[in-house]
Design a protein around this ligand. Sequence first.
Ligand SMILES: [Zn+2]
Length: 82
Amino acid sequence: MKAKFNITKVKMEFIKKGIIRCELCNSDSWLSFAHRLKRRHYINKGDLINNFNEMLLLCVPCHQILEQDPELTKQTFERLRP
Ligand SMILES: [Zn+2]
């Protein structure tokens, strides 16, 4: 099964949890979802790509910092999605 990111459903879940700002710097602009793993890791994993524990709401600058630092990504997920 091809993993399909359901951004509408994910957005709703984050809003319900009250997460509407960047989870790292609290910015409320330029927000996007950052996944724990690269997209290809979610292929054949069913709905895992839409699982709350697999992503963070981040602003673009924070997203880019994590994108370039796998170790920091790992640590950030361990801290925010234990
Ligand atoms: Zn940020």
